[in-house]
Structure formats: structure tokens, C-alpha cells
Design a protein around this ligand. Sequence first.
Ligand SMILES: [Zn+2]
Length: 238
Amino acid sequence: MNKSKFFILIIILIHTSELMSQKIDIDILQGKTTNHLVGDSILLEKETFKAFEKMKREAFNDGIRIKIVSGHRDFERQTLIWNSKFLKFTEEYKLKPEEAINEIVRFSTVPGTSRHHWGTEIDIIDEEFKNEKNPLITEKYEAGGVFNKLKRWMDLNSKKFGFYLTYTNDEQRKGFEYEPWHYSYKPISKNFLEEFKKNNISKLILDLDIMGKEYLTKEFIEKYINENILSVNKELEL
Ligand SMILES: [Zn+2]
């Protein structure tokens, strides 16, 4: 090998190793940028978007019209959700702040820790019943429910396209409750979770400016990280 070929090889090797160890920007993981996203009203991470379009076409051929009701959600929107739930639970339902927080994290996340920030997560319904009020109710996806046809199609086909349920009804799983409408695009989200775990998540939570923050104890944060962030469908980690 001559000298110039040798140097080209070295440059290629350095470049490849940089790509392989490329760190995902924390702003992407916390919903503070939309640079990696595509779409109009619903934004998705680029590869997720492509895979979803494929899946949607195949479902359409089988007579199912998949509609996303929630894709990417940004940090500010998640903060609004958190604050409005906190106010509702403490003022309207008269819960103690600690109880309100435990109630919020049954279905909603602490801002900056939502997988919806990533653009790899989708909440879906069947377009045929798009006018359904409060569509995201577990029973609606079960036998006899309006979205059961969609759910059965997803059970058979979604993995072929890379989409897995995130919050399964596995009794061993802790954290968020069963969400039969919420899917994750594993080829990208697997890596995103690995990268997110490398951060000091505790500190990210303690640095937040959200309602009820003073009630986020060390114990709560530890449990939240272990159960709500890390306890997802095991298949998403394989
Ligand atoms: Zn969701």
C-alpha cells in the first residue's frame, strides 16, 4: 500500500468510528429540536416516517386505515400537559401534590423524559372511527371495541415494519399503564433509549422548571427512572 492510500484508509477508519459512536444530541432526546423530524401536522423521525408510510399502505390494502393521533411531542407541550394535570389534580380533585404527581405518571411523563419527544413513537387509531371522543381508552382496543380490528391487524403485522408496543400488558412490567395504542419504531428508539440512559437523568429532572417540582423526591425520581423510563416492552431492547 502506498503512502496516500494508507492515509485515505486511516481517514475512512476515523470517520467510520466517529459515525458509530455518534452521540445523539440531548436536545433531540428531550424534544427541544425538530431538526431530525419530517411531516406536516404530525412530525416523525425520518426513518420512522418511512417505515410508518409502508405499514400504513399495507394496512390500507387489508382494509385498515391507520391514523396517528400523536407523534412527536415537544418539550414545551409536555410541560403544558404536566402543569395542567398538576393543577387539575390538586385544585379540582383536591389531591395532595405527591398524590397528584403519582396520578400524572400513570399515563403522562415528566417533561424531557417522554419517548414522544424522540419522534419514534406513535399513538394510533382507526381512521374509520376518527370522530370517537376520548379514543385512547384501553377497552376500545379490546374485543368488541371500535379499534379492535386495528389492534388485531397490528398484533399480526406491526413488527414486520419495526413497530412494537411500548407499554405492554405484561404483568411483570412496571411504570406506565398498558397502552394498546402506543407503538415505538424499534430500529431507532432502541438506540435513543441507550443514549438517553447515558445521561444523568436525575439531574435533568431536578433542573426542570415545572409545577410541583419541590415534591419530586429522590425516591420518586429513582422509581420513575427505573419503572417509567426503563420498564418498557422487553422486545424493544433486544
Ligand atoms: Zn403515546
